[in-house]
Design a protein around this ligand. Sequence first.
Ligand code: KIV
Ligand code: ZN
Length: 513
Amino acid sequence: MSKEKLIIFDTTMRDGEQSPGASMTKDEKLRIARQLERMHVDIIEAGFPAASDGDFESVKAVAAAVRNSSVCGLARANEKDVRRCGEAVRGAKSPRVHTFIATSPIHMEKKLRMEPSQVVEQAVRAVQWAREYTDDVEFSPEDAGRSDIDFLCRIIEQVIKAGATTINVPDTVGYTLPEHFGGLIRQLRERIPNADKAVWSVHCHNDLGLAVANSLSAVLNGARQVECTINGLGERAGNASLEEVVMAVRTRQDIFPCDTGIDATQIVAASKLVSGITGYPVQPNKAIVGANAFAHESGIHQDGVLKHRETYEIMSAETVGWTTNRLTLGKLSGRNAFRSRLQEIGIELPSEEAFNAAFTRFKALADKKREIFDEDLQALITEENLEHVESEHYHLVSLTAHSETGELPFAKIVLSENGSERPAQANGSGPVDASFKAIESLVGSGAELLLYSVNNITSGTDSQGEVTVRLSKAGRIVNGQGADTDIVVASAKAYINALNKLHFKLERVNPQL
Ligand code: KIV
Ligand code: ZN
């Protein structure tokens, strides 16, 4: 018997971006969008076009670049937001406008200061404006989890009449419990006379750690779209995690009457990409994408898995893309091997020039590191993109760092600014601290360091370290990344990448309104 489709709506670039410090540049959004498309995500919510000109441009760029997924923008239920959103997604092959207004008593009274009948009227008009741009219109009654069910029935019936094709029920504050939330979806579908004219969707937040459980309960009660994010990124405690929803439904096909069209082998790559771009590390014991998610530590478990994998594993690491540590290339690999491996792991370079630059970097890395894995290639291409797209104002020319027991660590750097080179040196509590101080003595950014994190890209002490640096200045927050086998160099690259973003004003002041 063929299963119904469960639509996966990814909001990493909209709700996920609302995590503090996780805002993304246009180029970063394009890279994430391409990975989501490669993963066969059905709908990509690319941003909130009315929030800023930068967000408008990002959504427009994603709409133009993506061909195989629908591209959606979010809009409050007012004419200006909806029209701005409609313009931003207009160029998409399949555009969607997502409009919302709050429906809980506390939000209507304290935030909107509107009577319920005004809220219904505004919602209906927003849907009608949106329909001027596309036939694919989604409506969300914000804070539905704390709204009165009779009022939800009233407003949803009206917006479906006005042309909404998807009704998304958000648990905005993560308040509901699985049985309650599933029951809410069932009752709404049963009570609203035109309920069958729309696809039912859910959007759950994780304040009580129940976002995935609530979403799955809704699916068992008729929801056929789940809104989720890579790594569960999102406002406050985050949203339902895409990888957990997809793998729960896939693993328990004995229970679910539907399945997604997601290519799960792309999940780990997506997780790493989003973690690298946002600077939000993935906890090692995170389901599906955590480094230990498939590691068996206890002897009894290891013995069982060796005898028969399914004794302790309900899914295999390969099905979600853990092909890590697969030896791919080495020092002697040529251009053809490099090109075909990039193709195999889904990396496209925009031009032959970009390919040549990436190949040169690959050779330099292979001189330092005997075995090059897929993760190394991904980091290498990320670096290539960073330098090309954010046309460097500052560039690291050289770095010498010294640390010795009992001595004060110091670093000497040469930095080029707009092509002209300048040296500096500084002491610090360690070589990374010293190199940041040396860079800062030249740049004088005055930025505050909010986050410094190092992850090893593969295992082993010869692994490349991937560093994220988050800086804040005058209300703007930027993330910089850098990778190298020498973590002091990786750190300096990440710091300089963040400084370049501050310099080019590549981040928005406030990603959400
Ligand atoms: O959490 C929420 O209510 C939202 C809506 C805009 C869907 O993000
Ligand atoms: Zn949300």
